[in-house]
Design a protein around this ligand. Structure first.
Ligand code: FE
Ligand code: FE
Ligand code: ZN
Length: 296
């Protein structure tokens, strides 16, 4: 079964209800959101009435909670082995983020492993492991999914071996997973036209069963560029057919696919990208479709 959706907003007044409704407006059956602004760590209390209302809407529209994902804010850096105050701040924030996910009933949190800030990679990975081992609790349902990174700057988690090192050292193995991001993979040097080769290596070293989320994005930059700039589906260097092969890959069946492609002239492209993915037909008229739909 195809579970496809996009990044959506989560607003103070509508919370999960607003997120679900936005997802439905794109004809999604999966979605991802930040529990507050991604660039800061100010978070508001969660209103259980709104959560229950959102569950009702989800039930009516066959959206399952397993296909709802939280993305942790990118400013936290649990790979920081240099400034331990910042590391501790990230660790504490991550713990509260898990508690918010538990309150919302969301099972998956996607997390960027962070930046080594110039320290040796192994020291950075060891800090990631230490933070995760302290925040993951047996009593929680949440699974933290480490995202595959492009290797921009000092980002860690840029190849299978670094991800394997983290996972191998986590005590609660069933509370840790992976989120693949096609743009990040391309920019890190993985050729998406040979995606099955990547999955083979991933399966041998980590295990495909650890993949719980896939971010589907085209890339503005060439293979191995270490840049991380997303492009609309079929408009980048990965290309439509290669992305469709990822989305419909049998080995990733039932795993939610989330678009994080850029807005077009201030409007979300997701309704049309999702339609094009469901039809398996490239939309060569995306900009016009988006502008005509939202500009009326
Ligand atoms: Fe991300
Ligand atoms: Fe991503
Ligand atoms: Zn990215």
């Amino acid at each position: 079964m195809l579970y496809i959706g996009s990044h959506v907003s989560y607003k103070k007044d509508s919370e999960l209800v607003g997120s679900v409704n936005e997802a439905l407006s794109y004809k999604s059956n999966a979605f991802m959101f930040y529990t507050g602004a991604p660039q800061n760590t100010r978070r508001d209390k969660i209103d259980d009435n709104l959560t229950l209302k959102a569950y009702e809407i989800m039930k009516e529209n066959n959206i399952m909670l397993e296909n709802v994902i939280i993305h942790a804010p990118y400013i936290i850096n649990i790979a920081n082995s240099v400034d331990l105050e910042k590391w501790e701040f990230g660790e504490n924030f991550l713990r509260t983020e898990i508690e918010r996910a538990e309150k919302l009933g969301v099972k998956y949190i996607v997390l960027h492993p962070g930046s080594s800030v110039g320290a040796p990679v192994e020291a950075a990975l060891n800090r990631v492991i230490k933070a995760l081992n302290s925040v993951l609790l047996e009593s929680d349902n949440v699974i933290i999914c480490i995202e595959t990174m492009a290797g921009k700057g000092n980002e860690v988690g840029k190849n299978i071996d670094e991800l394997k090192y983290i996972i191998d050292n986590i005590d609660l193995k069933d509370k840790i997973g992976i989120c693949l991001d096609t743009c990040h993979l391309n920019d890190s040097g993985v050729d998406i036209s040979k995606f099955d080769d990547y999955l083979d290596e991933f399966d041998k070293k980590i295990g495909i069963d650890k993949i719980h989320v896939v971010h589907v994005n085209d890339s503005k930059n060439p293979l191995g560029s270490h840049k991380d700039r997303h492009e609309n589906i079929g408009y980048g260097t990965i290309g439509y057919d290669n992305l469709i092969n990822v989305i419909y890959n049998k080995r990733l069946d039932n795993i939610p696919k989330i678009l994080e492609t850029p807005y077009i002239e201030g409007y979300p492209p997701y309704k049309f990208e999702i339609e094009s993915i469901r039809n398996k037909k490239f939309n060569s008229n995306l900009t016009n479709d988006v502008i005509n739909f939202y500009n009326k």
